[in-house]
Design a protein around this ligand. Sequence first.
Ligand code: ZN
Ligand code: ZN
Length: 342
Amino acid sequence: MKKAFFAKAGQMELKDVEKPRIQAADDVILKIVRTCVCGSDLWYFRGINPVKGGEENSGHEALAIVEEVGDDITTVKPGDFVIAPFTHGCGHCTACRAGFDSHTDNFSNGVQGEYYRFAHGQWSLVKVPGQPSDYSEGMLKSLLTLADVMATGYHAARVANVKAGDTVVVMGDGAVGLCAIIAAKMRGAKKIISTSRHADRKALAKEFGATDNVAERGDEAVKKIMELTHGAGADAVLECVGTEQSTDTAMKVGRPGAIVGRVGLPHTPKQDMTTPFYKNTIVAGGPASVTTYDKAVLLKAALDGEINPGKVFTETFTLDQIQEAYQAMADRQVIKSYVVID
Ligand SMILES: [Zn+2]
Ligand SMILES: [Zn+2]
């Protein structure tokens, strides 16, 4: 089977490797039909995370057909169509039952290939009715966002307790930030301030529910957002970038007692905690509870056409074009690269 590897920073390569086999009783072997490139994959591609060469791809979002199941698996069977989330919650521990199924470090890695061994498949895989051929490509794109970015955007809005009538600021105009706008709207936010500097992303933010946009950064952004909230600050801030500057701005634009929902992977371990102290800011967030959200609300909303997060995929590639798929995202020519595997 074919699978993508990092040859070096900036260079992907496809290698022929052995098809994975069941190793544990709760393993599921998946035949990947759709995958994509995540913003976090670019950390390796850009060399921000060191790449020695030869590491398997860090892809972790997929739609798949169940190929084979371990002895303990009763929830899916060969031939089923599933969403493969990047998280592998067990579904029965205290954390999973509390709705934090990303408690384990066992995240997907390496799904940009023809087959994948998915650990803890019993509860984590999300079964989709029918087969991929029953759906439009647009719907498949929306279902694929349920493996990560839509659920991650939803996580930001949930941990920030976004509720009806709220004013919400969304930091970041990547796929996660755009999906966080959808989530804020689903939860009834009245005013949603996006933070885009690109015409296409700003337009999609508006289509997804943003009511205002701030293109400024740093102190200028804080000033503009405070103006837009009549000096009060937002009820909730969804931080979908992870840089020090973005997180710093997020801490400054909430009202006293606001909640900052963080889902942007932090780039730096340090953060000023004095500003949030004097503002009584609640800081929440982390890896998303993908399976919980998919099963509870997102799968139905996508299938009913209430949300259309698949629009974040602005270009389609094949597995053979994996280099182009990464490069287009690294160059910010596309919002998110969609990869079709036959
Ligand atoms: Zn991701
Ligand atoms: Zn668990």
